[in-house]
Design a protein. Structure first.
Length: 402
């Protein structure tokens, strides 16, 4: 069964006339991804087409993360996204074609119309929607996402003429540009939200790292701390620790937390540096920030808080006790351990037995619902009881431990 290829003159002129309005709509999308729907509507109208879709997919273009469409029933589109997207006979060949342009399903693929009409994709999905021709192509690609644009025509509308296809492809560099802009704006917005979230958790200096272990952000205090610490370097998107073992442990914990595998992950690492007390690195997962609508998925982010024993953390013992239902003694012991102290030293300074201190610590850990001291450190240091950093004030120890 063959289908006619209609004359392109009327549609070509219609497209040229509507191109300025189409471009204006397109350049509204970087700041508001909701405007993509209007762009697809205008594109469908300007090209004399039946429908259009924008698919934000994973890097391999196998799974649809987000999509927008016009003139396709919601249920039919859901079937397409969940199943038929990978049954399209042009898709394997499209994966081998260069990105940055749309390809004509009638002219640019080895699967010709007669063969197309015999496929499961056509008979179980496209035929019911009267979709027989189209343009499709990859309009954006990075290390995480592939974005594809598809425009469809009915059998009566005919295949896209080559001259119209070429004219539409002159629009694609603009589509690529706005997708790059929107991706950059989204990443910046997500980073800003993550920085705010990390800063609100605690007063300690912190780094933000991606799920792949890349350095996303370093707060000014963390930068100053790294500058004065031999063996720790912040360079571009990389945090480098001189101790390779600690470096590997840190990356493994960052990747594990970003992947949602918090169980069994030790939250605290000790980093030793020459001519200064060891730093403790507290690795904490961050809530994944997102934008609405969720065009791009939120990037998994992990915070690395740096506890410097040469800076005095002021922990409000009374507030800590109220937050977790601790006795005054339990609160003081918990704060001491969180700041890197030892039970024996606490016992000596407060004139109590080590056994008493250990009993109080065990009770505090039970109330904080943690099993290890490293977990207690994480809970206390990320609580509202950590008030400020004071370089000049010496730690205030409770006179009693009862």
């Amino acid at each position: 069964m063959d289908r006619k290829i209609m004359s392109d003159n009327p549609t070509f002129l219609n497209y040229v006339q509507k191109l300025p309005d189409l471009l204006e709509q397109l350049y509204n999308t970087p700041a508001d991804v909701g405007q993509w729907h209007g762009f697809l509507e205008k594109l469908t109208d300007a090209t004399g087409s039946r429908s259009a879709r924008l698919l934000v997919m994973d890097k391999e273009a196998k799974r649809v993360h987000y999509s927008d469409k016009v003139n396709i029933d919601d249920d039919q589109h859901r079937d397409y996204v969940n199943h038929f997207v990978n049954l399209c006979p042009w898709r394997p060949e499209l994966a081998l074609k260069a990105p940055g342009r749309l390809y004509n399903t009638y002219h640019d693929f080895s699967c010709k119309q007669d063969r197309f009409y015999q496929t499961e994709f056509f008979n179980d999905w496209a035929r019911h929607l009267d979709i027989e021709h189209g343009l499709c192509g990859t309009v954006y690609h990075d290390t995480r996402y592939t974005v594809q644009l598809l425009v469809q025509r009915t059998g009566g509308q005919g295949a896209f003429p080559k001259t119209l296809t070429a004219q539409i492809n002159r629009l694609i560099p603009h589509v690529q540009q706005v997708l790059h802009l929107n991706r950059a704006l989204t990443l910046q917005q997500q980073q800003n939200l993550s920085v705010l979230q990390a800063a609100e958790r605690t007063f300690m200096p912190f780094l933000l790292m991606s799920g792949q272990g890349e350095l996303i952000y370093a707060c000014p205090r963390a930068e100053r701390l790294a500058d004065g610490c031999s063996g720790m370097t912040l360079n571009g998107q990389q945090l480098t620790l001189q101790c390779q073992r600690t470096q590997n442990q840190l990356l493994n914990r960052v990747r594990g937390l970003a992947a949602g595998m918090a169980a069994g992950v030790e939250p605290v690492l000790v980093f030793s540096s020459e001519k200064r007390a060891p730093l403790r690195l507290l690795v904490e997962p961050m809530e994944m920030p997102g934008v609405s609508p969720v065009f791009w998925a939120g990037e998994a982010t992990v915070a690395v808080y740096i506890q410097d024993p040469e800076e005095h953390l002021d922990i409000d013992h009374e507030l800590l006790a109220r937050l977790f239902g601790l006795t005054p003694a339990e609160s003081r012991v918990g704060a001491w351990i969180a700041k890197g102290g030892e039970t024996a030293q606490f016992a000596e300074l407060n004139d109590v037995s080590v056994h008493t201190v250990r009993t109080q610590l065990k009770s505090a850990m039970a109330k904080l619902r943690v099993r290890r001291q490293a977990e207690l450190v994480g809970v206390v240091l990320c609580s509202a009881a950590v008030r400020c950093i004071n370089r000049n004030q010496a730690p205030i120890l409770g006179a009693d431990a009862g």
